[in-house]
Write a protein that binds this ligand. Structure first.
Ligand SMILES: C[S@@+](CC[C@H](N)C(=O)[O-])C[C@H]1O[C@@H](n2cnc3c(N)ncnc32)[C@H](O)[C@@H]1O
Length: 214
């Protein structure tokens, strides 16, 4: 049970998605073997769709892990975008660098090592698309930076916003996750109530929020 959608629905939608090929397939297998969390199958397809539609030239990602979603976005954009991706875990960075090196993407996908909040504060160049997929308990803190860094027509895609359903239902909340859930609710309240923003929350995967300026 994902706590977000019915299992039969998830299974059906995943069944519609063709298996990945080439580098993405290899990265998916690596993630599975090494229990590295990467975007869920249907979320990957949504991300691919959004990036292909938006055709961004500059992408910012929070949470590199092994470089799977960064590679997916690079391939989907078709614009040879410049991607900056932030990761604090040294092991993940090692894997991601190896993977991106094998694909010849090391000059296109730049990994910034450190905590998202600290790196975000240092960034100045604008981005057409920002993908938030790290530090679930801090999206509300990342938001002001992301809005500052977002191009006029840019899009923020935030993953895990419903957090296994806990954000929407008190009954599902695990005690040790209360702070993350509260902060995620703050994030969703902020992006939903700001009159300058349009936000759509989608009960797919672990919950996705897409935000743009009006
Ligand atoms: C869900 S994984 C990212 C998966 C990746 N986007 C993908 O789908 O291929 C989240 C990653 O964010 C990193 N992370 C978590 N909190 C962070 C923070 N505050 N700053 C930087 N990295 C963080 C974790 O080490 C982890 O590798």
């Amino acid at each position: 049970m994902s706590g977000i959608t019915h299992d039969y629905m998830e299974e059906y939608i995943r069944g519609l998605i063709p298996d990945s090929q080439g580098p993405l397939k290899t990265l998916e297998e690596f993630a599975k073997e090494n229990a590295v969390p990467i975007v869920q199958k249907e979320t990957a397809k949504f991300l691919e769709f959004m990036v292909n539609m938006k055709k961004p030239m500059r992408i910012l990602e929070l949470g590199t892990a092994i470089g799977y979603s960064a590679t997916l976005m690079y391939e989907a954009a078709g614009t040879k975008p410049h991607i900056t991706t932030i990761e604090r875990d040294e092991n993940m960075i090692k894997y991601a660098k190896e993977n991106l090196g094998k694909l010849g993407l090391q000059d296109k996908i730049i990994i910034k090592q450190g905590d998202c909040l600290e790196i975000l504060a240092e960034l100045e160049e604008p981005y057409d698309l920002i993908f938030m997929d790290a530090g679930k308990g801090h999206y509300n803190h990342f938001l002001p930076h992301c809005l500052r860094l977002l191009e006029k027509d840019g899009i923020i895609i935030a993953d895990n916003v419903l957090f296994r359903g806990m954000v929407a239902s008190k009954e599902l909340v695990k005690r040790r996750k209360i702070t993350i859930v509260k902060r995620m609710k703050t994030y969703l309240d902020l992006v939903s109530s700001d009159e300058d923003l349009i936000t759509s929350v989608i009960p797919m995967g672990d919950g996705i929020a897409v935000t743009k300026r009006r």
